[in-house]
Design a protein around this ligand. Structure first.
Ligand code: PRP
Ligand code: MN
Ligand code: MG
Length: 179
């Protein structure tokens, strides 16, 4: 275990099992279709890679990078596109894939943005969801785990761009970010 990790919240096996359950639901819900998985860079990279391999349907992958304006650790809800999709999503079934929903502001903006491009549907799949996100009125079809309000890292999730490559989701030691 990394020395900056307080404890492991979800180990590799727990993540793998839950992702295969989500993939089975997606296989069933989109039967006969070829949905487009839209991963939100950078955090969602691991989830997209593992989810796409667990899904048996034909899926395409595309990527967006967004950044919320404003300083501090909380997102402001005002979002800027750093990298847009390369695919035209007109008449496509779009499934946005995220690693975590915290305030929900990023996704709420992103879904509205993608809906305006004429897709057949836009749904959301997230591996993790924090308590605050439940309060925001955002309909999330696929949720891996509802987790406590802790600072989590690993499996795509960073603190200051670090720890994304840990194979598990862990809770960061407060001493690492508290000065
Ligand atoms: C994180 C996370 C989600 C978003 C959730 O991304 O990966 O995309 O914040 O926050 P919200 O629900 O409060 O909007 P971040 O902006 O840190 O970029 P990253 O994916 O490159 O780490
Ligand atoms: Mn992100
Ligand atoms: Mg981040």
């Amino acid at each position: 275990m990394d020395e900056d990790v307080e404890r492991i919240l979800l180990d590799e096996q727990a993540i793998r099992e839950r992702i295969s359950e989500l993939a089975a639901e997606i296989d069933r819900d989109y039967e006969g279709e070829a949905p487009l998985l839209v991963g939100v860079l950078k955090g969602a990279v691991m989830v997209v890679a593992d989810l796409a391999r667990a899904i048996t349907l034909d899926v395409d992958m595309d990527w967006m990078a967004v950044s919320s304006y404003g300083s501090g650790t909380k997102s402001s809800g005002v979002v800027r596109i750093l990298k847009d999709l390369s695919a035209d999503i007109t008449d496509r079934h779009v499934l946005i894939v995220e690693d975590i929903i915290d305030s929900g502001l990023t996704l709420s903006w992103l879904r509205t943005n993608l809906r305006s491009r004429g897709p057949k549907s836009v749904e959301i799949c997230t591996l993790l969801r924090k308590p605050e996100a439940v309060k925001v009125d955002i309909d999330v079809k696929y949720v891996g785990f509802d987790i406590p309000n802790e600072f989590v890292i690993g499996y795509g999730l960073d603190y200051a761009e670090k720890y994304r490559n840990l194979p598990y989701v862990g809770i960061l030691k407060p001493s690492v970010y508290a000065d």
